[in-house]
Design a protein around this ligand. Structure first.
Ligand code: AMP
Ligand code: ZN
Length: 114
């Protein structure tokens, strides 16, 4: 756990969130500033700074995170219609430096993203 990391504190239960899913390795919760009718985040509890910091040992964990995202999307009523986003670096819009998958759905998406 990184003591200065917001999402490590969420994973540890120190900061309360609207939790949608939790197991030993992964937690998912509603985004505090939703950009779509359904917008939640799926994060590994392990501190990984972002997509570029994913190690070989994390491959299984990240594969599971994708599957968990799909399962929650179904549970949240958006079926298999959603956008998965993970920002890497400030230029790409990353503001929290703990890997997270955004799952957005419930409306028609535009392309290209901003
Ligand atoms: P990013 O900008 O890709 O790093 O995404 C960070 C996301 O975390 C943003 O969509 C924020 O709205 C969200 N966020 C920040 N703080 C919280 C919080 N306490 N609970 C839930 N979501 C949060
Ligand atoms: Zn962290």
């Amino acid at each position: 756990m990184d003591d200065n990391c917001l999402f490590c504190k969420i994973a540890a239960g120190i900061i309360p969130v609207e939790k949608l899913y939790e197991d030993e390795e992964i937690i998912a919760f509603s985004d505090i500033a939703p950009q779509a009718p359904v917008h939640f985040l799926v994060i590994p509890k392990k501190h990984i700074a972002g997509p570029a910091a994913i190690g070989q040992d994390d491959e299984h964990l990240l594969g599971r995170a994708l599957r968990v995202a799909a399962q929650i999307a179904k549970k949240e009523g958006i079926g298999d219609q959603y956008r998965l986003v993970t920002n890497n670096g400030t230029e790409a819009g990353q503001t929290v430096f703990h890997l997270h998958l955004h799952v957005l759905g419930g409306r028609t998406m535009q392309w290209p993203p901003g």
